[in-house]
Design a protein. Structure first.
Length: 268
């Protein structure tokens, strides 16, 4: 069914498939090869956000909300992709939704990100102080997490701050080998925060989690290969150790101390 409602395109190594800031209404499913996803937060500064391979998708965000491409996608090697327009995707969804499951999964992850963005705005409004400062208000029993680096911000769907009020909160490396059933059909994802890492990996698939024990918050490393660093100190799961996150702001590096995935965690 999918073959009858899509086209196959090939891109040589180095070809820019999608340009940051431009508009596109197609979604791409990688059949072979790899692509890099980059962003330029400032002129002459290119940040590598992710590398995608066979079975993964890109372009669905622009199709979903009509926004410009948030990043540039370039062929890291010769790439073959299946391309669906918005109309083609909608037609396939009506007749054989399972054939575009990978696209739908990515779509609903983006929808979850949009929901978090609304929550962020709500909490910013609630955080206005009497002096008129926009202080982010973290409600009791919750924590807030923010990206301190461009790759970390990308992992959080470019949200300035994300409120976490459901625990344990699992963090790990994104893998295309996700459960075959989608979460809105009763499935579930292993991680609440999926990080797109590239080889050589610094993030393990099930890297760490944040737990709530009574009124206290703990960071627990889950036997990751390189450990989790909290405020400059290494926390290794092999010791079955956990770190108490005292009230205040903490810096967490997922992987080694120089990992590009650095997050700030606010505990009220």
């Amino acid at each position: 069914m999918l073959e009858n409602h899509s086209s196959i395109r090939k891109f040589p190594k180095g070809t820019v498939i999608l340009h940051e800031g431009e508009f596109s209404d197609d979604v791409y499913i990688i059949l072979s090869g790899r692509v890099s996803v980059t962003r330029c937060p400032r002129p002459k500064m290119e940040v590598l956000l992710a590398e995608l391979g066979e079975g993964e998708t890109f372009g669905e965000l622009s199709m979903f909300d009509g926004a410009a491409n948030s990043a540039t996608v370039r062929a890291s090697e010769d790439v073959q992709v299946r391309v669906l327009s918005k109309d083609q995707l909608l037609e396939v969804m009506q007749t054989d939704a399972s054939s575009v499951q990978v696209v739908l999964h990515s779509w609903f992850r983006r929808l979850s990100g949009l929901t978090k963005r609304v929550m962020e705005l709500e909490n910013r409004v609630a955080g206005f102080s009497a002096e008129g400062n926009k202080d982010f208000a973290v409600k009791a029993g919750a924590i807030a997490i923010s990206g301190l680096t461009e790759p970390a911000k990308h992992a959080l769907d470019d949200l300035a701050v994300v409120m976490i009020d459901s625990f344990p909160y699992r963090i790990g490396r994104y893998s295309k080998h996700q459960p075959s059933n989608l979460w809105f059909f009763g499935g579930s994802s292993r991680n609440h925060l999926d990080i797109h890492d590239i080889s050589p990996y610094v993030v393990s698939r099930q890297h760490c989690r944040i737990e709530k024990r009574g009124k206290d918050m703990y960071l627990v490393d889950q036997d990751s290969r390189l450990g989790t660093w909290v405020d400059g100190k290494k926390n290794e799961g092999l010791t079955k150790d956990s770190v108490l996150l005292t009230p205040g702001t903490h810096t967490i590096h997922i992987g080694d101390a120089k990992s590009p995935f650095a997050f700030g965690v606010i505990v009220p």
